[in-house]
Design a protein around this ligand. Structure first.
Ligand code: ZN
Length: 372
């Protein structure tokens, strides 16, 4: 018996809500009956038996309803199998590691039927290390960055074809940079390969003939290397001078933080910010998190809680102590971060195609933009 994730919001989502009852059941059945790569052997006779003869289903209507507004089912081998792209994205997340035990067998199936093109997932070589972190910039983000920069390398100002451009971390990951928009820019392969893990300022001051950084890039570097930059912990030269100032700031920050703590009515001694709370729920689920919060409250009330300076870290330590791993190995994304919608993505793809046509090199794109 295999265990699978199910979406607790499923019944509230427009697609599912709009289905007639028999097809809701059928969708659930397919999600349960398909194999680990999201491939379902199409057999409506058997499906009808399992679902019950009192609700009639048929293949044509199923396809019509399921693929009404988007391709949720891909028919392969002349309809012998149905492939459900969202299955893999949902079950394994949109970043799949090759080190995942199940990956090789999924890959085999995806290659055999040429299904990678239907997926919007990133395949990484390792687990969550810095190099895989780099890989985890989705196609959607790449497209957005390329458009924002008009297919122009920000280091040399040359406009290039999509396949000659990469998304560059202005502050390299190795130097503490991250995947925030501000730290991402568009670079050509040449500039990127010369930059490697250099500090961006050091790099643009080098004597390469091709270097011609844009003001936009220079501005971003300035902000990124500013004193209050959260991307660069402990790297500022002026830090020692400003130590006292920092202390005052820290106290202010603490006060600010105090105001940010959420009201946990059953556990009012436990101090967590909304983001920390959300993160715990994301990693361990609501019930388990609530239980651990109550445990911590109990410790604090009984006078044993003083050693827990940071309640968030204490709660995570509780989970670790009990051998409970976070659900997903993906990086936590704050909820307020805007997702790129399908419509926006389509717009981006259209813009990219338009831009590519105008691209000064005048060459035709070697690979299709937006194809996943
Ligand atoms: Zn360049």
């Amino acid at each position: 018996m295999a265990k699978r994730f199910t979406d607790t919001e499923k019944y509230k989502k427009p697609f599912f809500r709009s289905l007639k009852a028999p097809y809701k059941l059928l969708w659930d059945y397919i999600m349960t009956d398909c194999n680990h790569a999201g491939l379902w052997i199409v057999d409506f006779e058997i499906a009808q038996i399992y679902l019950g003869e009192d609700i009639k289903i048929n293949k044509e209507d199923a396809l019509k309803y399921f693929n009404n507004d988007k391709e949720r089912i891909v028919e392969i081998e002349d309809g012998k199998y149905w492939f459900i792209p969202s299955f893999i994205e949902f079950q394994y997340g949109n970043k799949m590691s090759k080190t995942n035990n199940i990956y090789p067998s999924i890959e085999k199936i995806l290659i055999k039927y040429d299904l990678f093109k239907y997926l919007d997932i990133e395949i990484t070589d390792t687990g969550i290390t810095k190099s895989s972190y780099r890989n985890r910039i989705s196609k959607k983000i790449k497209e957005k960055i390329f458009i924002e920069n008009n297919l122009t390398c920000q280091y040399c100002q040359e406009q290039k074809e999509v396949n000659e451009l990469v998304v560059d971390h202005i502050i390299p990951l190795e130097k503490g940079g991250n995947n925030e928009d501000l730290n991402l820019t568009c670079a050509c392969i040449r500039c990127n390969s010369h930059k490697t893990d250099l500090d961006p300022e050091d790099f643009i001051n080098r004597s390469h003939d091709f270097l011609n950084p844009t003001n936009k890039l220079k501005g971003a570097i300035k902000i990124l290397k500013g004193t209050n930059n959260p991307l660069l912990g402990g790297k500022d030269k002026d830090k020692d001078k400003d130590k006292d100032k920092d202390k005052v700031k820290d106290k202010e920050k603490e006060k600010e933080k105090e105001a940010q703590y959420i009201n946990l009515s059953d556990a009012n001694k436990v101090k967590l910010t909304k983001e920390q709370y959300d993160k715990l729920i994301y990693d361990f689920g609501k019930t388990a998190t609530a239980k651990k919060i109550l445990d911590l409250q109990h410790y604090i009330i009984n006078g044993k809680g003083a050693k827990y300076k940071d309640h968030y870290l204490a709660l995570r330590a509780f989970f670790r102590r009990d051998g409970i791993e976070p659900f997903k190995k993906e990086e936590y994304k704050p909820i307020q971060k805007q997702e790129i919608t399908e419509e926006e993505r389509q717009e981006n793809i259209d813009k990219l195609k338009e831009l590519s046509k105008k691209c000064i090199t005048g060459k035709i794109l070697k690979h299709e933009v937006g194809k996943t």
